[in-house]
Design a protein around this ligand. Structure first.
Ligand code: RRS
Ligand code: CA
Ligand code: ZN
Ligand code: ZN
Length: 439
């Protein structure tokens, strides 16, 4: 796009005919001044070099440069589970379309990070979303049609994370007006902690450019920025391919290999078996075996079950009727008794444990029984124990290990790992347990 195309596109062609475009035109100079002020450029009202730079077509072929910016003090959300609420809708789009556009805007960010968004209908959410007109109670009144389309506040208590759309814009789901998904995706980037990028192909570039929600993938500069704040999504939807170099330790690739416990810790997956532990990183090319006792000397060998509560950064490791807590690969507490979880005293050990992010429940597998512990109020839930096979049809026999990765629950039973759908009702895939280690 040339500077002239840009001008004819953005500078009120209704008012300033394309043929009349001259840098001296008063309404053009006025528009330029407003935009320069908005973009933090020197306000000259003229088409100077830095203004032209801002309007330049997206740069191509400069992959490894970082252009994203974070806010001063690098504010970010402390929990990976972030609540949002659409508190005030626009009258010009059906509510379902607004919901959809916001949903897709959030997905753009959650698909490359470990972030989860939880929609709430009442009360105070981290991200309060509303459509507003003119002065609306913060220090940044909207300016009527065009000009500034929306704004959002960096993560913090109160106004932090809140996202406002100018309700005098023509919001649309397509291209006729301002596309709500496009603007929402940009604003939500601010609400998560990204400031503007100087990369014109980035979503966080400060001027509007239509993006199709279908098939949208976050530009690489934005991916780098958001992952600098929240880390990467574990890319473990499929087990690693056997061709990857794997340092094989005793029996690891035997056909009937089973695990004692599996858990996520930080952005690694840990597999426990007798005295060994294998660590699989998210961006892995290798799986490294080590001795359990070198990371967790208190446990020495054999772990029965393990799970992590990522919001707390704490992992729980079980052995017999005791458990230990750890931060990363360092034990910090224990031994304590598993009766802390409300498990009846007849339970002498647990076979497997997994924390479910959406519901903040921890499931304990004990023989044929399933217990559910509510991590939020620290109580065992009513109605448990239930029979494992009633809850998870298709799983027969006892569960050795369990882990949740990218929203999918994996149950390890004997030599198999069962992948369950997100409603946790159907087994959608069965693989050899040790295929996760590259066997
Ligand atoms: C923002 O960064 N919010 O977080 C605001 C940004 C935005 O609204 N940018 C302006 C824009 O592109 N507006 C389009 C319509 C007006 C075109 C006229 C020239 N002009 C959100 C976007 C990135 C989704 C920047 C801008 C362009 C502008 C302006 C601002 C004239 C004031 C006056
Ligand atoms: Ca406006
Ligand atoms: Zn506002
Ligand atoms: Zn912005």
């Amino acid at each position: 796009m040339t500077e002239f195309d840009y001008l004819s596109k953005y500078y009120e062609p209704e008012e300033v005919g394309v043929g009349m475009l001259r840098a001296s035109s008063p309404s053009l100079a006025e528009q330029l001044r407003k935009m320069q002020a908005f973009l933090g450029l020197r306000v000259t009202g003229k088409l100077d070099y830095s203004t032209m730079e801002m309007m330049r077509a997206p740069r191509c072929g400069v992959p490894d440069v970082e252009n994203y910016r974070l806010f001063p003090g690098t504010p970010k959300w402390k929990s990976n589970i972030i609540t949002y609420r659409i508190a005030k809708y626009t009258s010009t789009l059906p509510r379902a379309e607004v919901d959809h556009a916001i949903d897709m805007g959030l997905k753009a960010w959650s698909s490359v990070t470990p972030l989860h968004f939880q929609k709430i209908q009442r009360g105070e959410a981290d991200i309060m979303i509303s459509f507003e007109v003119g002065a609306h109670g913060d220090a940044y009144p909207f300016d009527g049609p065009r000009g500034t389309l929306a704004h959002a506040f960096a993560p913090a208590e109160g106004l932090g994370g809140d996202t406002h759309f100018d309700d005098e814009e023509k919001w649309t789901m397509g291209t006729n007006g301002f596309n709500l998904f496009t603007v929402a995706a940009h604003e939500l980037g601010h609400a998560l902690g990204l400031a503007h990028s100087s990369d014109p192909s980035a979503l966080m570039f400060p001027t509007y450019k239509y993006q199709d929600a279908r098939g949208f993938t976050l530009p690489s500069d934005d991916v780098k920025g958001i992952q600098a704040l929240y880390g990467k999504l574990l890319t473990l939807l499929t087990p690693p391919s056997p061709s990857w170099p794997v340092n094989r330790s005793p029996n690891m690739c035997e056909n009937d290999m089973t695990f004692d416990a599996v858990t996520v810790v930080g952005n690694e997956l840990l597999f426990f078996k007798e005295g060994y532990m294998w660590r699989r990183q998210s961006q892995l090319t290798d799986v490294r075996p080590s001795y359990i006792r070198s990371s967790f000397p208190q446990l020495f060998t054999n772990v029965d079950a393990a799970y992590e509560v990522p919001e707390k950064g704490t992992a729980y490791l079980f052995k017999g009727s005791n458990y230990w807590t750890s931060r990363g690969l360092q034990t910090i507490g224990g031994p304590r008794s598993i009766t802390d979880f409300g498990l009846p005293s007849r339970v002498r050990h647990v076979d497997a444990a997994v924390y479910l992010k959406d519901t903040k429940q921890t499931l304990f597998f004990v023989g044929n029984d399933l217990y559910s512990f509510n991590q939020a109020n620290s109580q065992l839930e009513e109605g448990y124990p239930k029979k494992i096979e009633e809850e998870f049809s298709g799983i027969r026999g006892k569960v050795d290990a369990a882990v949740e990765v990218n929203g999918f629950l994996y149950l390890f039973s004997g030599p198999n790992a069962y992948k369950l759908d997100s409603e946790r009702e159907d087994v959608i895939r069965i693989v050899k347990a040790n295929s996760w280690l590259g066997c």
